[in-house]
Write a protein that binds this ligand. Structure first.
Ligand code: HEM
Length: 250
């Protein structure tokens, strides 16, 4: 048995996959973190306080999970949905009434979107109350603000797609409100609607924004955001401890 274990551990395929030895020493422990793309999101060393659930409440991570859930359920919805004013409403009705688990799929996507808006706002509040926006994290705060806006844009553009009365009038009101913005208002409204009122051009534009532009921008910015957390040395809790220790004269 011992020989077999050694044979496996010393074999080329094993070594090409796992680039570290057994983690019973600091070097191998840090290699585990730096050679794995998912663990590499964290710095090699983190302060215990920063990984306590009560510090960040995992809100940024929950928001990321919501993004992944929305992408997966969104891809599945695309199998059934055609962005045409003639068929869109009936596609959704068919999905809910005839497709197995269709209602569940739609609800997961819809509730996931509500949840993402909620957790992104709560995450921002957490970052604010723990003072984690302070230097050197101002850049990540700015990325965060864009992430929040893109999350809203995702919800807004998705709202029109069911093409029911609620969708039609909500987007009519929403784009009319946008038109009151003093400088670019009318242009923004025209760009969004592609015509004088909510119609096929608007549905096509909202669909393109919803399934391509918003998810792609969110993907890139979430990657940048999480990478930045790592490069800033993990969550801000790390520095809080240092400051307290410095004040105590430790
Ligand atoms: C799509 C929305 C967002 C996602 C997916 C996201 C994701 C994350 C994740 C995974 C972390 C690290 C762990 C954690 O705190 O749970 C984080 C940290 C951070 N986020 Fe976000 N975030 C989002 C929105 C925002 C917003 C709206 C802001 C502020 C305007 C923000 C500012 C920050 C900052 C400054 C940190 C570092 C926190 C620290 O050092 O303690 N993020 N984010």
């Amino acid at each position: 048995m011992k020989k077999l274990k050694e044979f496996i551990l010393n074999s080329r395929p094993w070594k090409s996959f796992f680039r570290h030895g057994w983690p019973d020493n600091p070097l191998d422990r840090s290699l585990i973190m730096t050679t794995n793309i998912f663990f590499h999101l964290h710095p090699v060393r983190v302060n215990k306080k920063s990984i306590k659930a009560s510090y960040s409440m995992g809100l940024g991570i929950i928001t990321t999970v919501m993004y992944i859930l929305l992408s997966l359920t969104g891809i599945m919805l695309m199998f059934y949905y055609v962005p045409s004013v003639e068929t869109a409403y009936f596609d959704i009705v068919t999905l809910q009434t005839k497709v197995p688990f269709g209602q569940l799929l739609r609800n997961m996507h819809r509730w996931g979107a509500h949840m993402m808006v909620l957790t992104a706002i709560l995450h921002m509040a957490r970052v604010f109350y723990t003072g984690a926006y302070k230097p050197p994290r101002e850049f990540n705060w700015v990325i965060g603000v864009i992430l929040l806006i893109m999350t809203f844009v995702g919800s807004f553009t998705g709202y029109l797609l069911p093409w029911d009365q609620l969708a039609f009038w909500a987007i009519t009101v929403g784009t009319s409100v946008a038109a009151y913005e003093p400088l670019m208002g009318k242009t923004i409204q025209k760009l969004l609607l592609g015509g004088p009122e909510v119609g096929q051009a608007a549905l096509t534009r909202f669909y393109a924004l919803h399934i391509m532009v918003v998810p792609a921008v969110l993907f890139l910015l979430i990657a940048l955001h999480i990478w930045r957390v790592r490069k800033d040395g993990g969550l801000a809790a790390n520095e809080v401890k240092d400051e307290v220790e410095a004040e105590d004269g430790k």
